[in-house]
Design a protein around this ligand. Structure first.
Ligand code: ZN
Length: 147
């Protein structure tokens, strides 16, 4: 494993061990549920919005290390962003983990998930929280499933 891959691995392990924004939001503006039956990952994402700005993002639930770390880092990444900025990161992240190009360096710490593109089954784990983010932003409160 290269030094860089090892570093990325550490970031994912750290967020799995101590997920950020792992809590409920009282009076959340919108929320969405994400379920990945293939792995058993199941999260609820909640957002607080002030107009088009995401003022808070938090999640609850259970899942594997990849899905939990991804949800944790996603909530950190989108807090304070405008809806359009969050959607741009969402698209870039999705392109990276599905191996459809994109520039991982533009994603900061989220580049930790670039290796996931080599493991198709793990892509669903890594993108679950992001599917929930899109659903929440689009006001589709219903559950999203990777299947
Ligand atoms: Zn998983």
């Amino acid at each position: 494993m290269s030094e860089l891959a090892e570093l990325y691995q550490q970031v994912i392990l750290d967020h799995n061990r101590a997920p950020r924004n792992f809590r409920a939001i009282a009076g959340a503006t919108c929320s969405a549920e994400g379920y990945n039956p293939l792995c058993g990952d199941h999260f609820t994402l909640a957002l607080s919005m002030d107009g088009d700005r995401i003022t808070d993002a938090a999640f609850q639930g259970t899942g594997c290390a990849i899905s939990k770390a991804s949800a944790s880092m996603m909530t950190e990444a989108v807090r304070g962003l405008l809806r359009a900025e969050a959607e741009a990161i969402l698209d870039a992240f999705h392109a990276m983990v599905t191996g459809r190009g994109g520039d991982p360096s533009a994603l900061g710490k989220l580049a930790a998930f670039s290796g996931v593109s080599e493991f198709p089954a793990r892509v669903k784990c890594a993108t679950l929280a992001w599917h929930a983010l899109r659903a929440a932003l689009e006001g589709r409160g219903a559950a999203v499933s990777t299947e």
